[in-house]
Design a protein around this ligand. Structure first.
Ligand SMILES: *Cc1c(COP(=O)(O)O)cnc(C)c1O
Length: 432
């Protein structure tokens, strides 16, 4: 802009935007809808090959930095960041399945994902079969149909704290060349990296532990970069067949990275669940301290679980860190550095006791969120699992007196005192 001749309104939007070469130590926040092209050819190049940055929905340096950070933490080849965990799950599933395809899925999954499969993807012609006994490889195998293109499960499931045998289930998926997609939100890459055990794609709600501060929503897909067109191409014609007007296929252009390239170029920007660069920055900042937080949260959770387990108002505690948990051996095998911060426990006093509990706690916050630095409590039976039938709730380990905890980084003595006071004051032992 010729600064000395410009008028007021022109100056207001153009003045003072010289480029600086300062090297910010923190990831710079490129809070911009789009990027200036250097010249005519670069613009054409960007649209032709996707090189460089043009518009934030298809790429942004802040978002890209966080994608690289999270891919590294998950031992993945590449990642795509999205506006929420739900967007990440939807994008991952639309990358591996289309109309006429079939997904084999654990019963023990987040309700939002279950609704996505049962209501939304079903309308697009994607069918799902749910597996109850996720520890049994034969149950997974028995659910396979000729149209099965993917498996889906959570590495640590709410509410029973089931631990996925990632290796065994990914081996069954591999028998037909299908990818295992793992929602690893509750485990975090600090405790478990499913791609190291045979999973092909990991998804997270970054709103939870990755961000950690409970301020933003976000989601991420991390891919192992091992797509094999010879073994799996028959399940993924969208990756191996030529594109519109005979364009080279994703597999030809990206090799092992075909799947994540398809998610990045086709699903994420077209369905449009783009993260804000500011939220991406906050997720990246959060992820820097992920290990410290999850280590502390896991220590606190184990102490709280043991304390509750010894209390006579408590009927049961479903925490994989306890030796009495049916999946404790799997937890020992797969989780490193702790057993996570989220688990349920059941009060003997049923619904009335659960109500008094959430109304009496003071250090714990009553809300529907997990993975926060603060400790949280929720009554699944009347909230997250209210859409389920009584039989389903029973199978999922959600009784009337069941409460879900997400343990934070507070001093554990304050958490135990809060629980002690709550269990005494609320007299949760008594039937209402
Ligand atoms: C919260 C959550 C999601 C959805 O993530 P949002 O960021 O809330 O959209 C998906 N899976 C699991 C296991 C979750 O806990």
């Amino acid at each position: 802009m010729p600064a000395n001749t410009a008028r007021f309104a022109t100056k207001a939007v153009h003045a003072g935007r010289e480029r600086t070469a300062a090297r910010s130590r923190a990831t710079p926040i490129y809070l911009t809808a789009g990027f200036e092209f250097d010249d005519f050819d670069q613009a054409a190049d960007h649209f032709g090959t996707g090189s460089g940055y043009g518009y934030t929905r298809s790429g942004n340096p802040t978002v890209r930095a966080v994608e690289h950070q999270l891919a590294a933490l998950e031992s993945g080849a590449d990642a795509v960041l999205l506006g929420s965990g739900q967007a990440a799950v939807a994008t991952a599933l639309l990358t591996v399945a289309g109309g006429g395809d079939h997904i084999v899925c654990s019963t023990h999954i987040y309700e939002g994902t279950r609704g996505l499969l049962l209501d939304s993807l079903a309308r697009l012609g994607v069918e799902t079969t749910f597996v109850d006994d996720i520890a049994d490889p034969d149950a997974w195998r028995a659910a396979i149909t000729p149209r099965t293109t993917a498996f889906f499960a959570e590495s640590i499931a709410n509410a029973r704290n089931d631990i996925l045998d990632v290796r065994a289930v990914s081996d069954v998926a591999a028998e037909i060349g299908a990818p295992l997609v793992v929602d690893s939100t509750l485990a975090t890459p600090f405790l478990l990296r499913p791609l190291e055990h045979g999973a092909a794609i990991v998804v997270h709600s970054a709103s939870k532990f990755l961000a950690g501060q409970g301020s933003v929503l976000g989601g991420v897909i991390v891919d192992d970069g091992r797509f094999d067109a010879a073994r799996s191409g028959h399940l993924a014609p969208h990756l191996v067949l030529p594109g519109r007007n005979g364009a080279p296929s994703f597999a030809e252009r990206h090799g092992g990275l075909a799947r994540i390239a398809y998610a990045r170029e086709t699903i994420a920007p077209r369905f449009g669940a783009t993260p804000s660069p500011l939220n991406a920055f906050l997720i990246g900042q959060g992820a820097e301290t992920l290990g410290l937080r999850v280590e502390r949260q896991s220590q606190n959770a184990l102490a709280v679980a043991r304390w509750l387990n010894a209390h006579d108002a408590v009927e049961s505690v479903d925490y994989a860190g306890l030796e009495s948990h049916p999946h404790h051996a799997l937890a020992e095998q797969y989780l490193q550095g702790g057993y996570g911060s989220i688990f349920t426990f059941t009060l003997r006093g049923g619904l009335a006791a659960a109500r008094r509990f959430v109304e009496a706690v003071q250090v714990f916050t009553h809300m529907t969120h997990i993975g926060d630095v603060r400790s949280l409590v929720l009554h699944p039976g009347t909230t997250s699992h209210s859409q389920r039938t009584d039989d389903e709730r029973a199978a999922l380990g959600v009784a009337e007196g069941t409460l879900r905890l997400s343990i934070g980084i507070e001093d554990v003595a304050d958490l135990l005192e809060d629980l002690e006071r709550t269990l005494a004051v609320a007299d949760v032992r008594a039937e209402a």
